[in-house]
Design a protein around this ligand. Structure first.
Ligand code: PLP
Length: 458
């Protein structure tokens, strides 16, 4: 088989400013060892996130020029609506400025004190919005999800028995909805099988509970279903996507992921009463229902992006990129969450730095080392992101894993960029015993990873 190439040509380029290791060491110290606090121009390969960092297509840019900026009933809104309906089957999508705006509206409607919201894995903003409403967010991943080496094909699956047990324990009347996050971002970008979504649906039907998708990476999830799930290889990604959404009563979507845009989100609701109330909240805090806090041009870009993301040549190249990096890191002795996920590779920092205990943030130490070695910006997903205290002041339980996420912007970097990342990671592996733990000097109580300041321990 031949190399799977990037299925696009490059028409516009952005220069990368080169830096030396010594310059990066100084820049890192100035950013208090938090790569969120770096200026982007000081980063060579930016793998902080795949959110809103992708390159748009010629057709998306053409849509941006054609866009209708009317306040109400813009042509661009109808293009957005028809495109989202075509992909998801939901007739009345609400545009929002990004995923968390959809989450905030949803949890204002269904959350509240005493409520319990189960999911395979809550993303950080989903958890924060859920808890902000007073509700409790509970993760119910399958046991294999906690083992970085398990090659289970659908490590994003929700543990059905654990869901039944939770419902028995807290009572279904206290559970406003069940969330399935596709793919599971915080647990390694791992997919959820169609069989599992159907099983969650069956439980929800039995207890008359709504099932919601956190559908940020719906197309990548569908690609994995096509590749890995028995009986699915002959189905189109489009039809798998459609079945995923058909099983749900609603969805929150950040279009900055599989919507292939730099900004935008969607809230999908089937229940007309909930849709009406959500529309009212949308108008209150985001904008009128036909623009939801976005410009007409953003709606055009989303309308086109949702169509391009289900192209299978694109998805094959996209997922192969993650696999390629994952295979090379494993060959270099760097343990990652196996198998490689869709949008990112997650390095097991506890395995790489067993000498750094979780409270000294081994993940953050690896993040700092990757930046020093190669100017690569990555993201800690471990005790920095999930540690700290709950809204009532009690300490959060230690996360199951200390991870470093290398997330891939869509259609931005080429294979030689990835080869360079592999070389920098090999360099970090060689000096792993000398990496130092960190201590938090200053941090806010909520979503602290964005702004926390660190100090390297002696
Ligand atoms: C990015 C993301 C969100 C939040 O979306 P934003 O657009 O960043 O607000 C929610 N859930 C998952 C799984 C995500 O990856």
């Amino acid at each position: 088989m031949k190399t799977i190439i990037e299925p696009f040509r490059i028409k516009v380029v952005e220069p990368i400013k080169m830096t030396t290791a010594a310059q990066r060491d100084a820049l890192l110290r100035r950013a208090h060892f938090n790569t969120f606090l770096l200026a982007a121009q000081d980063v060579l390969i930016d793998l902080l996130t795949d959110s809103g960092t992708g390159a748009m297509s010629a057709e998306q840019w053409a849509g941006i020029m054609r866009a209708d900026e009317s306040y109400a009933g813009a042509v661009s809104f109808f293009r957005f609506r028809d495109s989202v309906k075509d992909i998801t089957g939901f007739a009345n999508p609400l545009p929002t400025h990004q995923g968390r705006a959809s989450e905030r509206i949803l949890f204002e409607l269904v959350g509240g004190t005493g409520k319990v919201v189960p999911a395979n894995a809550h993303f950080d903003t989903t958890r924060a919005n859920c808890e902000h409403s007073g509700a409790q967010a509970v993760n119910l991943p399958i046991p294999e999800a906690r083992d970085p080496r398990s090659r289970h094909p659908f490590k994003g699956n929700l543990d059905i028995a654990a869901l039944e047990a939770l419902l028995a324990e807290v009572g279904p009347e206290n559970v406003p909805l069940v969330i399935v996050t596709v793919t599971n971002n915080t647990g390694g970008g791992q997919p959820v099988s169609l069989e599992n979504i159907r099983a969650v649906r069956a439980v929800c039907d039995r207890y008359k509970l709504p099932l919601f998708l956190d559908a940020c990476r719906f197309a990548e999830n569908a690609w994995f279903i096509k590749q890995r799930e028995p009986g699915m290889s002959n189905r189109s990604v489009r039809s798998i996507v459609r079945e995923m959404f058909d099983l749900a009563d609603g969805a929150t979507i950040s279009a900055k992921k599989d919507g292939m845009v730099n900004i935008g989100g969607v809230l999908l609701l089937r229940d007309p009463t909930l849709l009406q109330r959500a529309s009212e909240l949308l108008i209150l805090t985001e904008g009128y229902v036909t623009y939801g806090g976005l410009a007409g041009r953003d709606l055009e870009a989303m309308a086109q992006g949702f169509q391009e993301v289900v192209e299978e040549d694109y998805l094959e190249y996209r997922v192969r990129t993650a696999e390629y990096l994952g295979e090379r890191l494993l060959q270099a002795g760097i343990q990652i969450i196996e198998p490689p996920g869709g949008h990112a590779i997650y390095i097991d920092a506890r395995h790489l730095c067993p000498h750094i205990p979780p409270h000294q943030f081994p993940g953050q130490a690896v993040v700092a080392a990757l930046y020093r070695s190669g100017g690569i910006r990555s993201c800690e997903i471990g005790s920095v992101m999930f540690g700290g205290t709950t809204p009532d002041g009690s300490p959060r339980p230690a996360p199951a894993m200390e991870l470093v996420r290398l997330a891939f912007p869509r259609r931005v970097y080429t294979q030689s960029h990835f080869d360079y990342v592999i070389e920098a990671a090999q360099e970090v592996f060689a000096i792993r015993h000398g990496l130092k733990g960190l201590r938090i000097v200053e941090a806010p109580p909520v979503l602290r990873h964005f702004t926390a300041q660190f100090e390297e321990l002696a």
